[in-house]
Design a binder for this molecule. Structure first.
Ligand SMILES: [Zn+2]
Length: 333
């Protein structure tokens, strides 16, 4: 049992490291954090809308010395649930990988705002997205990408505390990065770790993500702030790695038999994994795996299929029989 409860808000991990958790960890309900030493600080990610991010910054101001002035913001990756609040951290250096900057406009807040206002216009994808994202308010968001990028590794001093930024993408997204505080054995993973929920491989290669998990298991780390879910440990990394390995093993023979990826997602028996939150994400991960299998190690960076198609596919996959409507019929053999 973790000594930190899975409750909304700031959780003191000790020595100036905090995690900020937002249950239940499903679509859009992401975590962030702050690392502080003296008056210096580094914010790990922002949240999915301005109101959520403002709440978080207020909580930090009230509890973390010096947090009324955020010096550095690092985005672990580009997804909106980790970046849409960036504009509220005025005057901070904003740092991310080059992949994060390149991936930044994949999620357009104006489009999400329109979907929330008029889901019917976007068909099943709109229906699913509105179910997931209705609690959020995407109005007034201006995409605010990192202005400083790094490759491979970057070391930052936060006061006297050494913080390492480690590029590990593409894996979950195009530009994933880990944020590591060696002296405190604390790691912020962004969406490299979904704890107690189903991971989703927008980009892959999935094998690269599995290797990142193995790298984390070899690191000197005791406490992990996941991108989604409770404060975690290496046990949670192991569980999620095993999911990615098992899904890979189940998808490979179906790929070899020429089964199309949508059908493969229905044929796979997820066993206990089907009880994980957001099990429908398997459909996106399998589509990414199919591209991995196609090109083996030499594949260029995977280009995700259009977002609305993915959302529609996942809507169809949520414990219901696949609906053979126009899109599916057009793509079936
Ligand atoms: Zn996320």
């Amino acid at each position: 049992m973790s000594k930190w409860k899975y409750t909304k808000g700031l959780h003191d991990l000790g020595n100036g490291c905090w995690g900020y958790l937002v249950p239940d960890g499903s679509w859009g309900w992401s975590n962030a954090g702050i690392i502080a030493d003296g008056e210096a600080n580094l914010l790990v990610d922002t949240l999915f809308d301005l109101a959520c991010t403002k709440d978080m910054l207020d909580d930090m101001k009230a509890n973390v010395p010096g947090a009324d002035n955020i010096g550095i913001l690092v985005n672990t990756h580009a997804d909106g649930d980790h970046t849409f609040g960036n504009q509220l951290v005025k005057g901070a250096r904003i740092i991310g990988t080059e992949g994060t900057v390149a991936d930044f406009d994949r999620f357009d807040p104006k489009m999400l705002d329109e979907v929330n206002r008029n889901p019917a216009k976007f068909g099943k994808a709109g229906e699913f997205m509105a179910e997931c994202f209705k609690p959020f308010d995407f109005s007034g968001i201006t995409l605010t990408p990192p202005t400083e990028t790094f490759k491979d590794k970057m070391t930052i001093m936060v006061g006297d505390k050494r913080v390492e930024l480690i590029e590990v993408g593409p894996a979950h997204s195009l530009g994933d990065a880990l944020i590591y505080v060696p002296e405190d054995k604390v790691l912020y993973t962004g969406d490299i770790l979904f704890s107690a929920g189903t991971p989703i491989a927008w980009y892959g290669p999935v094998v690269r993500w599995i290797n990142v998990c193995n790298m984390v298991l070899d690191m000197d780390v005791e406490v992990i702030v996941a991108g989604h879910g409770p404060i975690s440990t290496k046990d949670d990394v192991r569980k999620m790695r095993d999911y990615l390995m098992d899904v890979t093993e189940m998808a490979r023979p179906l790929y070899e038999q020429g089964v199309d990826f949508l059908d493969a997602a229905y044929k796979i028996d997820l066993g206990d994994y089907k009880d994980w939150t957001d099990a429908e994400r398997v459909i996106v991960t399998i589509q990414t795996l199919y591209d991995d299998f196609e090109a083996a190690d030499e594949r260029p960076v995977h280009i995700p299929i259009p977002y609305f198609e993915m959302m529609k596919n996942m809507r169809d996959h949520m414990g219901k029989p696949r609906v053979h409507d126009e899109w599916c019929t057009a793509h079936d053999h």
